[in-house]
Ligand binder design. Structure first.
Ligand code: UT7
Length: 325
């Protein structure tokens, strides 16, 4: 349908109460605060309580987003939830969220693209809206990566955190120009030849167990900056925009060095980059909507601002999107 845009109505986030400072890992691992800070930029992260599930995080973030948008669950007709750490193998975590927010109609489903999950969810939500299949979509990234960490592996245990972020999109008429509000462009990519760089060594049909996260961090790092920068350039070009048009970059929060190097490659000053990695660690699919909501609540993001989002993770899978707030 020509002229329809998926416009942001509100966003929200949730972080579990338990905050774990870098120093806590010094008690159990051969690591230290200095190494974690300088190599990753991470200072602390939140871990879910034992009885807190990914759906609980998603529900809290979604309630904040609904309040921000002045809507109730009944006003939503689709949920696209990105997670690599669902409550159960099935049903989808999205349907748990659907029930919890009092949404009895429409449809809800999960998407799994690990750290790029939110951008995959956003692109799918945008496609549902532009094709007329949904009018108001709740897009969520929610993770409990603390459940899949190997606590004996210092190279991964210190990097991840739990959290959730949510964004509500609504079909609104646009003008087919880059001055429209809403999602202006997106780009998704994956390359399965790199499966072994970042994976969980368990699963339903392979081990019938959950498994733990394994990562060749240095190898992932090598791919990250060039793939993120080229995805960023791609979405700017698709939208007919340039780097100078960007008000805010909202990157996946895995590593401050990756965030800085990507910004440098795109020639975007760090003053325009939202950075939350120091407080959240890597929350996988939750990291972009978490950073977006934190920046929104701090008053930094104004209506009409142009946002560039980019992420990469297991798959490898990566992507980017532009959205005018
Ligand atoms: O979100 C999904 C995508 N994931 C990413 O984007 C992650 C990408 N990778 C990274 O962020 C970085 O590669 C890491 C933060 C994971 C690691 O930083 P690095 O600078 O690439 O370090 P490294 O893996 O090359 O390790 C350097 C050294 C090694 O020791 P040797 O071999 O040089 O003696 C590691 O054993 O640091 C050691 N090391 C640690 N030392 C203290 C690894 N982890 C730790 C630790 N504390 N926690």
């Amino acid at each position: 349908m020509a002229g329809v845009r998926a416009v942001a109505l509100g966003c929200g986030h949730y972080l579990p109460a338990r905050v774990v400072e870098n120093a806590e890992f010094e008690k159990t691992l051969d690591t230290n605060d200095e190494w974690i800070r300088t190599r990753s930029g991470i200072e602390r992260r939140h871990f879910a309580a034992d009885d807190e599930k990914t759906s609980d995080l998603a529900i809290a973030a979604s309630r904040m987003a609904l309040e921000d948008a002045g809507l109730s669950g009944a006003d939503i007709d689709a949920i696209v939830l990105a997670t690599a750490t669902p409550d159960q193998t099935f049903p989808s975590t999205a349907t748990r969220l659907q029930h919890a927010i009092g949404m009895t109609g429409g449809f809800a489903f999960d998407i799994q693209a690990v750290c790029a999950g939110f951008l995959y969810a956003l692109a799918n939500a945008n496609a549902l809206i532009v094709s007329g299949q949904a009018k108001r979509v709740l897009v969520v990234g929610a993770e409990t990566f603390s459940r899949i960490l190997n606590w004996e592996d210092r190279a991964t245990a210190v990097l991840f955190g739990d959290g959730a972020g949510a964004l509500i999109l609504e079909a609104q008429p646009g003008t087919d120009t880059a001055s429209d509000r809403g999602v202006l462009s997106s780009c998704l990519a994956s390359d399965g030849q790199y499966n072994d760089l970042l994976y969980v060594d368990g699963g339903v049909s392979s081990t019938q167990s959950t498994g733990v996260l394994r990562m060749q961090g240095r190898e992932v790092f090598k791919h990250a900056v060039s793939k993120l920068a080229s995805a960023g350039e791609d979405v700017l070009q698709k939208a007919g925009l340039t780097v100078a048009d960007i008000d805010w970059v909202i990157p996946h929060q895995a590593n401050l060095r990756i965030i800085k190097a990507t910004a440098q490659k795109l020639a975007i000053p760090m003053e325009k980059v939202v950075v939350t990695v120091q407080d959240h660690g890597n929350t996988s699919a939750a990291s972009i909507p978490l950073a977006l909501s934190v920046a929104h609540r701090s008053g930094r993001i104004k209506q009409g601002d142009l946002l560039l989002m980019e992420a990469i993770g297991g798959g490898l899978a990566w992507g980017a999107a532009t959205l005018r707030w």
